[in-house]
Design a protein around this ligand. Structure first.
Ligand SMILES: [Zn+2]
Ligand SMILES: [Zn+2]
Length: 145
């Protein structure tokens, strides 16, 4: 199951609001699990680093939030990737990570700029892509499958 939520900027002059998704939902989940199997069996080509991470027990994910630094927009991308955790705090917070993409670094569909991966889109500490205020809030939350 995936979740769906809105992030809204608390800056009254801005009020940027965006609908985002987290997690794969059933259909995408089935698709990436098949993709994982095909990569491991060699049916699907993949970079060596991705193969090794999958062998180490990492899983493919595909729904993530990205910032386009040119459009100043957050967007949901569906690019298969493996999130390698390099340093994790004793409480499970990821301090350092590396995102390995199956098909190269994702680009904005609108302008072609390389997108920036956002690890915790629901965190209020993220900067608003429009005004730069680091005060975003979750304004609605729900689920989809
Ligand atoms: Zn763009
Ligand atoms: Zn804002």
């Amino acid at each position: 199951m995936g979740s769906i939520f809105h992030m809204t900027c608390r800056n009254k002059a801005c009020r940027y609001s965006v609908k985002l998704r987290e997690g794969e939902g059933m259909r995408l989940f089935a698709w990436i699990k098949t993709l994982e199997r095909d990569i491991l069996s060699g049916k699907e080509a993949a970079p060596e680093e991705i193969k090794n991470l999958l062998k180490d027990g990492y899983g493919l994910e595909c729904v993530a939030t990205y910032l386009c630094p040119t459009c100043h927009e957050w967007q949901v991308g569906r690019f298969p990737y493996v999130l390698e955790k390099i340093r994790v705090s004793p409480y499970g917070t990821i301090r350092e990570y590396n995102v390995h993409y199956l098909d190269g670094k994702p680009k904005c569909e609108e302008c072609g700029t390389e997108l920036e991966f956002i690890l915790n889109p629901r965190s209020g500490k993220n900067k608003c892509p429009k005004c730069g205020t680091d005060n975003m809030r979750v304004s609605q939350f729900g689920f989809y499958d």
